[in-house]
Design a protein around this ligand. Structure first.
Ligand SMILES: NC(=O)c1ccc[n+]([C@@H]2O[C@H](COP(=O)([O-])OP(=O)(O)OC[C@H]3O[C@@H](n4cnc5c(N)ncnc54)[C@H](O)[C@@H]3O)[C@@H](O)[C@H]2O)c1
Length: 360
């Protein structure tokens, strides 16, 4: 198969390229012109690297020539300073332009896989738990809405032009070297600091109507060191929960969506097997880094849990790593993955939601 991977220098993209090269596929890697993370792809000399912005139809057409399979990972992720129309231009219209490019290619499209997000289920106030593929998708933020529009545009094109497609909805994707920065005091202070972004934050529904969460957090944890292991819990002392996804498992799930016949026409949640509980994740950080652990009580309950039953049953997805495994592998010297920050240190788990606003 001749595969085009968009967002190929990204957290998931570079690992997807590695996975495809290992499987013997003919890979073209599409990257944003001038992407500082391009050197991540230097390890794969057989890969054809092309520069194309998802806003540039001509460049996209060039990138799509002769490809039979597409893994569409490129996206505008959440950053506090992103103009709202950019989410729609890149994630919705960019997907449309890519589909048009695929149709203009001389080869018949055999599979188009779109990376979507748990953000399409309104992460600040999920409609139910666990979230299943049929759960209500009413994102109520610009990123989630633009990703959902990408899904709708793909479905429409697939129906009109007979494109075999599959959609994967990732939980929070973690590259192992990033895992050790999570469930720390500095991490949660930054996340809660998104409240200052107001309606530009995808967690707005979570913050809305609440008192100043950063102040509440600092009243309980402000005395502790920034690297302290911290989990959040609700007023009944029940820990918050969130589904995570090791980048290597994300790539395995996408590979199955790309190659399994049973994937065609379906959307799949991809996440770790059991959602991470904040108390347990903070314990992992505390034990593995030898730092004290704190639980901080918030006035709200939060559970963002994805069911992966459909991916297990239909495409044989079986994620191998939980949060402990991610942290453990992040501490190993012999990484079997491409680090998210392997070039300039720009990309990090923080980028997903805050960009420079919360970088520490
Ligand atoms: N990281 C997560 O936690 C997470 C969670 C759910 C879904 N996703 C989805 O997974 C996919 C991959 O995410 P990631 O973590 O690898 O993100 P990333 O930011 O590391 O990679 C995204 C890539 O898209 C490229 N890109 C951005 N705008 C572009 C444009 N206009 N034209 C061409 N390329 C452009 C960037 O240069 C970057 O390399 C995305 O579609 C994202 O929406 C990610």
């Amino acid at each position: 198969m001749r595969v085009l991977v968009t967002g190929a220098a990204g957290r998931v993209g570079a690992n997807m390229v590695k996975r495809l090269v290992t499987s013997g596929a003919d890979v073209r890697a599409m990257i944003l012109p001038g992407d500082p993370h391009r050197p991540k792809l230097d390890a794969f000399p057989a890969v054809d690297v092309v520069e194309a912005d998802l806003g540039d139809q001509r460049a996209i057409d060039h990138a799509c020539r002769d490809v039979t399979h597409v893994v569409h990972l490129a996206a505008q992720l959440i950053r506090g300073d992103t103009p709202v129309d950019r989410f729609y231009d890149v994630n919705a219209l960019g997907t449309l332009r890519l589909l048009e490019g695929v149709l203009r290619s001389s080869a018949k499209p055999e599979r188009f896989v779109l990376a979507s997000s748990d953000g399409t289920y309104r992460p600040g106030r999920p409609p139910e738990w666990p979230l299943r593929e049929r759960s209500r998708q009413e994102p109520a933020d610009h990123y989630g809405t633009s990703k959902l529009l990408g899904e709708v545009i793909l479905r429409n094109h697939a129906a009109q032009f007979d494109i075999p497609y599959s959609i994967v909805r990732f939980a929070t994707v973690v590259s192992p070297e990033e895992a050790g920065t999570m469930f720390r005091l500095s991490f949660w202070r930054a996340v809660l600091g998104w409240q200052a972004l107001g309606r530009n934050s995808h967690l707005w529904p979570l913050f809305d109507g609440q008192p100043n969460l950063v102040k509440l957090f600092d009243e309980q944890a402000g005395h502790a060191a920034p690297d302290t292991a911290v989990g959040l819990r609700d007023p009944d002392l029940q820990p918050w929960t969130m589904s995570l996804l090791d980048v290597r498992d994300a790539v395995e799930g996408v590979y199955r969506a790309l190659t399994e016949p049973g994937a065609v026409g379906h959307a799949f949640n991809l996440a770790e097997r059991t959602p991470s509980r904040h108390d347990q994740a903070a314990t992992v950080i505390s034990e593995m880094y030898g730092v004290p652990k704190l639980m901080v009580t918030m006035p709200i309950r939060h559970r963002l849990e994805l069911s992966i039953d459909s991916a297990i049953g239909r495409i044989g997805f079986w994620p191998e790593r939980d949060f402990r495994g991610m942290v453990r592998d992040g501490l190993r010297a012999d990484a079997d993955y491409v680090c998210a920050q392997s070039t300039s240190g720009v990309a990090s788990i923080w980028d997903r939601n805050t960009g420079s606003a919360a970088a520490t």
